[in-house]
Each structure stands twice: as C-alpha cells, then as structure tokens.
Write a protein that binds this ligand. Structure first.
Ligand code: HXC
Length: 260
C-alpha cells in the first residue's frame, strides 16, 4: 500500500501528534514524516517516544519528542510552546492519546471511568485549546482519533464509549466554531486494527479468526489503513471536508455485532 500519495503532500507542514510514539498514531506520525511533514510527538512516557523518533530520523525526517500527559493542561501548553520554538509553527494536530481496558460497568470505579474520559476527551480538548492560536495563524487543522464503540453499545467499554462520544462532539463543535478561522477539524474512527495495543488489550489472539468473519471486508484493519485516511484528511484533497469523523472499519460496525 506504499506510495498511494505523492511523497511531498505534507511538505512545509508541522504536525503535533499525541500518542505519537506507538500504535495507530505512531503510524500516522511516521506516515506524515514520510510525506514531508516535520513532526512533534508526545506521550505520557518518554520511553514510548524514543524508537519512533529514531525511526523517523533514520528515514531522513525531523522529529521532536516531548513527554506530556494530555490530562495536564500546563504540560500540554509547554509541549506546544516548545514545538513552536523549535519549528516556528504548527499546522496539524492529531489527538491520538487514549486510555483503554475492558471492565464491566458494575465493576468499574468512578475513578476508572473518569481516568479514560480525562485522557481521551479532556485530553483532546486540552490539546486543541492549547494549539488554537497557532492553528489560527497557520489555518491548520485537527484530526481526532475516535472509535465506533459508541455508535451502538459495546459491553465492557462504557468508559471508552462515553469518552469517544465526547471526542466526536468536540470534532463537530470545533469544526463549526473554528472553521471561520480557517481551521478544519475532522476525526477518524478506526475499527479493529491489528498489531495495536488496543487490540492486544481488548481481543485475545485466539478469537481473531472468529472475529475476522464478523468484518464485512474479511480482514482486520492495518495501521496503514488509518495512515492513508489521515493523509487524505489532512491533505489539500480534503480542503472542503470539515466536521467529519471518517469510519475506517471495513464496514464492521454496520453489522451491529460486538467483537467478542
Ligand atoms: C478496571 C482499571 C483498570 C482495569 C485501570 N483501572 N485499569 N479498572 N480494570 N484493567 C482503574 C484503576 O483501578 C483506577 O481506579 C483508575 O482506573 C486509574 O488507574 P491508574 O492505573 O492509576 O491510571 P493511569 O496510570 O493514569 O493509567 C490509566 C490507563 C492507562 C487508562 C489504565 O494506563 C491505559 O489505558 N493505558 C493503555 C493505553 C492504550 O492501550 N491505548 C490505546 C487505546 S485503544 P481506582 O478507583 O482504583 O483509583 C483505543 C481503541 C478503542 O482506545 C477502540 C477499539 C476497537
């Protein structure tokens, strides 16, 4: 699936990617760098960033890694400030930092629920808010990584479903409020994507074959599927797309079957 897009479609852009060290958003960060963007990646843990930074730099890209917990507004503001002092601008923000674990609602503590909402929903707002002035200057854009869990209902995922519903609301509201500043705000809702931390936590490997039968296109998603959707949405090809959360799930949620 390489070379679908021109190598330079993000040339001159600076992308700030949370959760950018690993998983889906790590892939998005790497793909953005391969297509010309200069990268800033953040994660709560510094050690999650080192290998992605090296991978991008070994490939000839530029990558600035800075630890920040998206729940901590001051830390987010600092990461944005440091990124701007290094690169002079921010054009694209990707909100990928997310928390997840399986837990039945009647077993979940208030703090467990709140922790995931704080990371996913409040974290997304914090980063958008802290980046606003820069995005206004660059007429930039935001890409929020969501999910399809809340379109119907997903047992053991009440906390993530609520959190991602909030993320989708942020996408729509900001697209309306900030569109007038030239800022586009969109999202991607990935379905089951193999080789990710989320999938490892949510789905035992033994169930993979059974689950594959529940996916209309007959396969799990790949991180590259999300990278390509992210490249499209952040490129000029999508310059009139605003307020959309693009589902990239092979049609899985339409069957209405829980994955387990
Ligand atoms: C029940 C749990 C729990 C679990 C944590 N908690 N893990 N409750 N079952 N497995 C509860 C704790 O008991 C505590 O509540 C509260 O949550 C906070 O826990 P901490 O460990 O103190 O929090 P923290 O260190 O901040 O870590 C939060 C975390 C995070 C959410 C557990 O470490 C995490 O999720 N990391 C995973 C990152 C990840 O996989 N990201 C990809 C997401 S994939 P009490 O009441 O005890 O204080 C994704 C895709 C979804 O989002 C779509 C898939 C199709």
């Amino acid at each position: 699936m390489n070379n679908i897009f021109a190598d330079n479609i993000l040339e001159g852009k600076v992308a700030f990617v949370t959760g950018g060290g690993t998983g889906i958003t790590g892939g998005v960060a790497r793909a953005f760098a391969e297509h010309g963007a200069r990268l800033a990646i953040t994660s709560r843990k510094e050690e999650n960033l080192a290998s992605m930074k090296k991978m991008i730099e070994d490939n000839g890209g530029e990558c600035f890694a800075i630890a920040a917990d998206v729940r901590d507004y001051a830390a987010v503001e600092n990461a944005i400030t440091e990124t701007v002092s290094r690169y002079g601008q921010i054009d694209i923000v990707v909100n990928g930092a997310a928390g997840n674990f399986l837990c039945a609602a009647d077993q979940l503590s208030a703090n467990g629920f709140g922790t995931v909402v704080d990371i996913d929903t409040k974290g997304t707002f914090n980063v958008c808010r802290a980046a606003f002035e820069e995005l206004k200057k660059s007429k930039g854009q935001i890409l929020n990584i969501s999910a399809t869990l809340h379109y119907l209902a997903t047992p053991m995922q009440i906390h993530v479903s609520a959190a991602k519903a909030g993320v989708d609301a942020i996408t729509r509201n900001l697209s309306v409020e900030w569109g007038r500043h030239g800022i586009r705000v969109n999202g991607i809702a990935p379905g089951p994507i193999e080789d990710t931390e989320g999938m490892k936590r949510l789905l035992p490997e033994a169930l993979k074959e059974k689950i594959t039968k529940k996916i209309p296109v007959g396969r799990f998603g790949r991180i590259a599927d999300i990278e390509n959707a992210a490249l499209f949405l952040t490129s000029d090809a999508a310059s009139y797309i605003n307020g959309v959360t693009l589902v990239v799930d092979g049609g899985q949620w339409l069957l209405g079957t829980s994955l387990g």
